[in-house]
Each structure stands twice: as structure tokens, then as C-alpha cells.
Design a binder for this molecule. Structure first.
Ligand SMILES: Cc1cc2nc3c(=O)[nH]c(=O)nc-3n(C[C@H](O)[C@H](O)[C@H](O)COP(=O)(O)OP(=O)(O)OC[C@H]3O[C@@H](n4cnc5c(N)ncnc54)[C@H](O)[C@@H]3O)c2cc1C
Length: 262
């Protein structure tokens, strides 16, 4: 859709350029999806040319502008990354322009990069309008449907995935109303190096919930932890009712528990 109030597109955008009426532009696949009459300028981040993926000794730094296609290409052998990339209700056309950062910042419940980042103990690097840098775990970055901790003019620069989490054993479950539908529940379990279990609930809930167990939980312990997610936390839209999403969450969580405890 045309954003007809936009009069300027600023290329090679970065921190410090933001003014009222501006918006950061990733791939634009969510931004151009609905009218946004308050916008006057697009600050185009992909044209800044940030390296998409930087491998470090302690993990992998993924630029916010890294496309889903580039991520999937880099992590061809990583099962969980592949599973999350394929969780988009989107074809290769979207994969080639949609960015990892755009997915995190759009903060849709069914955002698979949110699921991936939260499950792998990912950390977001944010840069404020004044150049100040802060780091926020992905699990805390998204605070609700379409809501994040980003402040006015602040941008997401990158997502860091620690090597220990990337190397960990994981278990993934996704459910939708129909075969290629938008995720209604997306759960990921990860065996912690210390012997514990981290269970991440996304899509079913408006924001990610990460349940941590110091050792693999018994079924009743898991059930009790899931019961702590309040009724109002479950997503309510055309892709599934809250009651059904809660049911799916319990069902998949138990499968994940059994699989990772084996
Ligand atoms: C057919 C189709 C299917 C889709 N399926 C899904 C799906 O299954 N799950 C899902 O979650 N989404 C889905 N989407 C929505 C969208 O494609 C994805 O969320 C995508 O990852 C958004 O990335 P983008 O780079 O295009 O973001 P953009 O549209 O460029 O930006 C999205 C929002 O994030 C902000 N933003 C972008 N980058 C930054 C940054 N670095 N720092 C600060 N703010 C930033 C923008 O200002 C905007 O508010 C779908 C879209 C289509 C058209």
C-alpha cells in the first residue's frame, strides 16, 4: 500500500537522524501493510550496508537489516533457525526483503524471529536518538502485540545469539488453524548446558513467555508453571481463540518436556 503522506526517503539512515513523523524502514513488508497517515519520512536502514551476519567467538551477531533469506542461507544446517524461518506465513518473496529486525520490531505474536531470539537467549542491541547503546534480552524486548521497549527515535541495531544456546538441543512445536496458517502457538524448548530447561511460549501469547527450570521438570511442575500465565496474556484474534491457544500450549509443552527429558 502507498504511504501517501511520506514525502522523503532517507537512505543510509542511522542513529541521530530521527525527527517527529519519521519511521525506521526495514523491508517494509509490515510497514506498508496498513495506512500510517502520521508519517512523513522513511529512514531506510538496509541501505546503510551493515554486515548481515558477524560470527564472534561467543556467538553470532545478526544485523537488524539481515533478511530472512540471508539468515536461512547462513544457518542452512541449523534445524531451529530453519524451523523458525519456515514459520512465516510468507513466501520466498517476503523472505528476500523482510528483515530480522523488522520482525522483532513489528512485535506480532506470530513473529518467528521473536520466537527464535527468545528461545536462544538472544540479546537486542538498541541505539537511541542520542547515540546511547543499551542491550535488552529478546524476551523483554517485546512487551505486547505491536509493542516493544523501543523509545522515540531508538533503533534496533542487531540481535546477538550466544554460541552455547545455538549449540544446545532444542525441540520445536507449532500449531495453526490450517496447514500453512499463521502460527497460533509456537513453543520452543532448549536444554540448558547446566542441565535445566528453558521453555519459550510465543504466538499463543501476546508477548514471549520464557519459563526456566533448573532441571528437567516433571509433568505436574510444567503444568503448574504454565498455569502461571494469566488468561489475559493469550492472543485473541482470527487465528485462534485464547482457550484453544492455551490448550495447544499445554499440549506442545508436555511433548517438548518429554522429548528433552529423554
Ligand atoms: C504475506 C505476508 C505474510 C506474513 N507473515 C508473517 C508471519 O507469519 N509472522 C510475522 O510476524 N509477520 C508476518 N508478516 C509481516 C512481516 O512481513 C514480517 O513481520 C517481517 O519480518 C517484517 O520485517 P520488515 O523488515 O519488512 O519490517 P518493516 O515492515 O520494514 O518494519 C516493521 C516495523 O518495525 C520497524 N522497524 C523495522 N526495522 C527496525 C529497526 N532496525 N529498528 C527499529 N524499528 C524498526 C518499522 O518502523 C515498522 O514499525 C507477513 C507479511 C506478509 C505480507
Amino acid at each position: 500500500m502507498d504511504l501517501h503522506t511520506v514525502t522523503e526517503v532517507i537512505t543510509s539512515a542511522g542513529p541521530g537522524m530521527w525527527r517527529p513523523g519519521d519511521v525506521w524502514l526495514g523491508g517494509g513488508t509490515a510497514l506498508f501493510g496498513e495506512p500510517r497517515p502520521h508519517l512523513t519520512r522513511l529512514l531506510d536502514l538496509p541501505s546503510a550496508g551493515w554486515p548481515a551476519i558477524t560470527v564472534r567467538d561467543d556467538g553470532v551477531e545478526i544485523a537488524a537489516t539481515c533478511t530472512i533469506a540471508a539468515l536461512a542461507g547462513h544457518f542452512r544446517e541449523h534445524e531451529l533457525v530453519q524451523q523458525c524461518c519456515h514459520s512465516f506465513l510468507a513466501s520466498f518473496k517476503i523472505w528476500n526483503v523482510a528483515t530480522v529486525g523488522g520482525n522483532l520490531c513489528a512485535a506480532l505474536p506470530a513473529g518467528p524471529m521473536i520466537s527464535l531470539g527468545a528461545a536462544l537467549a538472544g540479546v537486542c542491541t538498541l541505539i537511541g536518538a542520542d547515540g546511547r547503546v543499551r542491550r535488552v534480552p529478546v524476551a523483554d524486548f517485546v512487551t505486547g502485540e505491536g509493542r516493544t521497549v523501543l523509545r522515540d527515535g531508538e533503533l534496533l541495531r542487531s540481535l546477538f545469539l550466544p554460541g552455547y544456546a545455538l549449540a544446545g538441543r532444542t525441540s520445536y512445536r507449532k500449531g495453526s488453524l490450517h496447514r500453512h496458517g499463521r502460527s497460533a502457538a509456537l513453543l520452543i524448548g532448549r536444554a540448558e548446558p547446566t542441565g535445566g530447561l528453558a521453555l519459550t511460549v510465543t504466538a499463543a501469547t501476546r508477548r514471549p513467555w520464557v519459563l526456566r527450570f533448573p532441571e528437567p521438570p516433571r509433568a505436574a511442575e510444567l503444568e503448574a508453571a504454565l498455569a502461571g500465565i494469566p488468561a489475559g496474556a493469550f492472543t485473541d484474534d482470527v487465528h485462534g481463540s485464547p482457550a484453544w491457544r492455551r490448550h495447544l500450549t499445554g499440549h506442545y509443552a508436555e511433548q517438548i518436556r518429554a522429548e528433552l527429558s529423554a
